[in-house]
Design a protein around this ligand. Structure first.
Ligand SMILES: C[C@H](N)C(=O)N[C@@H](Cc1c[nH]cn1)C(=O)O
Ligand SMILES: [Zn+2]
Ligand SMILES: [Zn+2]
Length: 480
């Protein structure tokens, strides 16, 4: 089943309008990790639901209940389930994406307003929070649907959608929804799904498309040290009391070495060393130390050896320190002893590590290190959220279809990669539905997801939309 040329032409002809629609999506600050934006996450769900319905998709908004975040009870944004097509002769593809985004403020160092999509005509960059993670890819699917509806073209497969608004904050509620849905058998929204496609990660570099068959998992910790009943004057109380920030920094300093080695006993030991055949795969990838330097904007890689740098992202665990809540960080020289501070850090985990195995090791170690301080302050350590790592069979027809689609659109074979980031629901889909899951990224490695000046290139958004559609045609062409 060849991809109809009208579809490809429609995407080109409507590129400017598609970018305008991306601008509408970016303008909704659907930040899931900050309670004050929760109404915006709901607004985003309504916007997306409206778009899907207008394109002929039957939708159902599933209430996922409530959760507590930063001591505040909040309603969880709904999961949007969608379906279009019910032809038993066609394959059924489930598409997942997330409509929430990471926090962003201009003062973080953005050159432009994060929630205003800026089209840089000179570079082709479409800059704005969520442009690549994950609104651009979600809108890529809308572009495919719109082309088919407007042109009166039959979709080559039946489609099911699952879009969530909490991915950047632990995907709360979604696992339970999927597991419950699966128990409904023929009545299940996911009944008959043959494979899953997720577009929510990035190429390794800025030139070579890739397919991704692995993700790291994540365990996210909040470590709080509290002491005085209120913030104190350091001139009045300095060297008289145990200072929470001093305790916290001491413990945070014992989690990881500057070269990335995780100091929590037992964590590194769980991971087997790479064998020669696996190393050969990393050697062959179109990737260099320079690509990392370009993507991060400085020559700061942990090694000059390509394979060890790439393994740091693809197959080793990593521990990152993210921030300290409650610490003084504003301009000026406030002489304060903060009363309570919370350090945030997370560990990206790889097979065979699991959150259940990692969490007790971290808690025990942190408690032991705190005990060594002989501090009279109080320590609390919480797991804010977690997700398991995932690996798929990349020899599956789902991947073969995506390889052919990539070759058709980009005129080159894709790299096969493992992603350093996490999409917690991936493994749940694979296990609960018992089908192959493919990660088919749209954006490039230098898009700056989670960072300042996040962007997607116009060509990735437009060619990426063609890729998603072409992939559906390739799946549709596979005989049962
Ligand atoms: C890879 C995906 N686009 C992504 O960014 N996932 C997040 C998931 C997460 C978990 N806690 C907060 N966000 C990630 O890998 O950080
Ligand atoms: Zn993200
Ligand atoms: Zn994402």
């Amino acid at each position: 089943m060849a991809t109809p040329s009208q579809f490809l032409k429609f995407v080109d002809d409507n590129a400017d309008r598609f970018i305008k629609r991306l601008g509408e999506a970016v303008a909704i600050p659907s930040v899931s990790g900050d309670g004050k934006y929760r109404p915006e996450v709901f607004r985003m769900s309504a916007w997306l639901d409206g778009q899907l319905q207008s394109l002929g998709v039957t939708t159902k908004l599933v209430d996922l209940g409530k959760h507590v975040m930063d001591d505040q009870e909040l309603p969880l944004p709904p999961a949007i389930l969608g379906r279009i097509g019910d032809d038993p002769k066609k394959k059924t593809v489930l598409i997942y994406g997330h409509y929430d985004v990471q926090p962003a403020q201009k003062s973080d160092g953005w050159d432009t307003e994060p929630f205003t999509l800026v089209v840089d005509e000179k570079t082709g960059k479409l800059i704005g929070r969520g442009s690549t993670d994950d609104k651009g890819p979600i809108l890529g699917w809308l572009n495919v649907l719109e082309a088919h509806k407007t042109l009166g073209l039959e979709l080559p497969v039946n489609l099911r959608f699952c879009f969530e608004g909490m991915e950047e904050n632990g995907s709360e509620g979604l696992d339970d929804l999927i597991k419950t849905e699966v128990t409904k058998g023929k009545e299940s929204w996911f009944d008959g799904v043959d494979c899953v496609c997720i577009s929510d990660n990035y190429w390794l570099n800025s030139r070579t498309p890739c397919l991704t068959y692995g993700l790291r998992g994540l365990v996210y910790f909040k470590l709080t040290i509290s002491g005085p009943a209120r913030d104190l004057h350091s001139g009045v109380f300095g060297r008289m009391v145990h200072e929470p920030m001093t305790d916290l920094i001491t413990i945070m300093g014992k989690l990881v070495t500057p070269d990335g080695t995780i100091l929590v006993p037992g964590v590194e030991d769980m991971v087997p060393s790479a064998q020669d055949d696996e190393i050969a795969i990393y050697e062959k990838l179109d990737y260099s130390v320079k690509d990392v330097e370009d993507a991060v904007g400085a020559p700061i890689t942990l090694s000059q050896d390509k394979v060890s740098v790439i393994m740091g992202r693809m197959r080793l665990p990593s521990l990152s320190l993210h921030g300290i809540e409650g610490a003084f960080y504003g301009p000026g020289a406030k002489t304060v002893i903060p009363a309570s501070v919370s350090g945030k850090f997370s560990i990206r985990i790889v097979p065979p590590q699991t959150p259940e195995a990692i969490e007790p090791l971290v808690k025990k170690y942190v408690e032991q290190e705190f005990a060594k301080l002989n501090s009279k302050n109080k320590l609390k350590i919480e797991n804010l959220h977690d997700g398991r790592p995932w690996l798929a069979d990349h020899r599956h027809w789902n991947y073969e279809a995506a390889i052919r689609a990539t070759e058709a659109v980009y005129k080159r074979s894709p790299d096969l990669t493992r992603e350093g980031g996490s999409i917690p629901v991936t493994l749940t889909f694979a296990e609960s539905l018992g089908v192959n899951v493919l990660l088919l990224p749209m954006g490039r490695g230098d898009d700056g997801a989670h960072s300042t000046n996040e962007k997607i290139d116009r060509s990735n958004f437009i060619e990426g939309s063609k890729l998603l559609g072409t992939y559906l045609y390739e799946v549709g062409a596979i005989k049962a």
